[in-house]
Design a binder for this molecule. Structure first.
Ligand code: AMP
Ligand code: GLY
Length: 431
């Protein structure tokens, strides 16, 4: 089969490596791909992930048998709708279903209408009304731009003044462009965070191993929000009891809600959850695999990924029960110094001669020169994943490998997985 993957980051690299395990995958094209992905797929750097015309022309002329649209932007723009229109089977939601991520107002209203637990909220189109509301709102308070904002459209204000500045930044200065036409102001929740990615064909849902992201740039969860500085799976906070509650109170109700709204969701649905003292609540939905969650979840998947994706498209997911490895995985992101603010690119990346067999490097932001040198080309450059029988070993091996890879200005958080290890220790002590 000829496969096409839209996107060019660490998540896409993890998807491609997994798809390659299926002997039916004779060629995989990555649009645009990146320097490191070129070792595993045929990259087409000229066709960007938002170039829908280019993607559709390519898929037609290369007689693609199955396409995977991984990033949020092309999904929201209707890439799957366009590929379906020329008869190409795809993994990913159509644009109507992708609104679950591309409009926070849509997602919040959906949860309210169908009684899915989430933070209490109000929506504003008018900055003056938002400012008036803030005068008596409880603090801290959370402010979210309605639309897609590269994971940066969420601001947590500790003071009224910070909240006013956030409204100005989102709605008046339009720091996130048109995403700031509407704003969601919501209750501040507390508790451990869990990411659950799930395959769903619209009626059946198969949650993957639960993971934990580390979104802030600095150790101890300090500094600005990033796309994610590292991940671990499975997430020790996600017990069987919580999983059962999430299935009943959140996952199945969300599927039913989307179907009832006339936009059944097919693809990977990402539940960003907070385990609050009142129970699990939805912080956000994403209409796609998480990045860098995918880099720890897919390495634990034992069932064939292409078979699962094709079952999602065919509506036969109920016939497959995915199997998961009993071990753990940890991913440490190597970023360019300065990320998520200003950073330099074009730095040569140095790898050791060999890496241990339980370590995989997923390339997120690099490019190949004409003489086949890898240069940094983004904020998040590499994700180094290790799998092992315990989380502690996976973390040790991921960090040991990450420390043997170098480029000028390399930055990593040093505490990925620390809280998860503490939670495991506390759980073992209780048992
Ligand atoms: P998001 O981009 O929606 O994932 O939000 C980024 C981060 O902001 C989340 O991972 C949470 O840590 C935090 N956050 C979002 N909404 C809330 C909330 N209602 N209460 C507390 N923290 C939140
Ligand atoms: N890692 C968070 C996300 O993919 O949105």
């Amino acid at each position: 089969m000829k496969l096409l993957v839209v996107g060019g980051g660490g998540r896409e690299h993890a998807i491609i490596k997994k798809l390659r395990e299926n002997p039916q995958a004779e060629v995989i094209y990555a649009l645009p791909g990146n320097g490191g992905i070129a070792a595993d797929a045929v990259c087409v750097p000229e066709i960007g992930a938002k170039d829908l015309d280019g993607i559709v022309d390519f898929a037609r002329s290369h007689q693609i048998d199955f396409a995977v649209v991984a990033p949020d932007d092309p999904l929201a723009l209707g890439c799957v709708d366009r590929l379906h229109a020329i008869g190409i089977p795809c993994f990913g939601p159509d644009a109507k279903a992708a609104r679950i991520e591309s409009s926070k107002v849509f997602a919040k209203n959906l949860m309210k209408k169908y009684g899915i637990p989430t933070a209490a909220y109000a929506v504003f189109q008018d900055p003056a009304a938002a400012l008036a509301y803030l005068e008596s709102a409880p603090l801290p308070i959370v402010l979210k731009a309605d639309g897609l904002a590269l994971g940066k459209g969420v601001l947590i204000a500790q003071t009224r003044q910070e909240a006013r500045e956030a409204v100005k930044m989102i709605m008046e200065d339009r720091a996130f462009g048109a995403a700031g036409e509407q704003i969601v102001i919501e209750e501040f929740l507390t508790g451990p965070e869990v990411s659950v990615l799930a395959f769903t064909d619209g009626t059946c849902i198969r949650p993957m191993a639960a993971s934990m992201d580390h979104k802030r740039a600095g150790d101890g969860d300090t500094g600005p929000n990033t796309g994610g500085m590292g991940t671990i799976a499975p997430n020790p906070y996600y017990t069987e009891e919580i999983a059962r509650r999430c299935m009943e109170e959140i996952f199945l109700p969300t599927l039913k809600a989307m179907a009832a709204e006339g936009c059944p969701f097919k693809g990977c649905l990402y539940f960003g959850l907070m385990l609050t003292p009142q129970g699990p609540k939805v912080i956000e939905y994403n209409c796609r695999f998480g990045d860098p969650e995918t880099q720890v979840v897919l390495p634990l998947l034992k069932t064939d990924l292409l078979d699962l994706m094709r079952a999602v498209e065919a509506g036969t997911l109920g016939e497959i029960e995915p199997e998961w490895s009993q071990g753990a995985a940890a991913c440490v992101v190597l970023a360019s110094g300065g990320y998520p603010g200003h950073y330099e690119t074009g730095k040569p990346i140095h790898f050791p001669e060999a890496l241990p067999s339980n370590v995989t490097v997923y390339h997120a932001g690099d490019r190949l020169t004409e003489d086949d040198t890898l240069l940094t080309a983004g904020g998040r450059v590499l994700g180094v994943t290790a799998t092992a029988s315990t989380l502690e070993e996976a973390l040790k091996d991921a960090y040991a490998a990450a420390d043997t890879i170098d480029f000028e200005g390399k930055y990593t958080r040093r505490d990925i997985g620390r809280r998860a290890l503490e939670a495991l220790t506390a759980r073992d002590a209780k048992a």
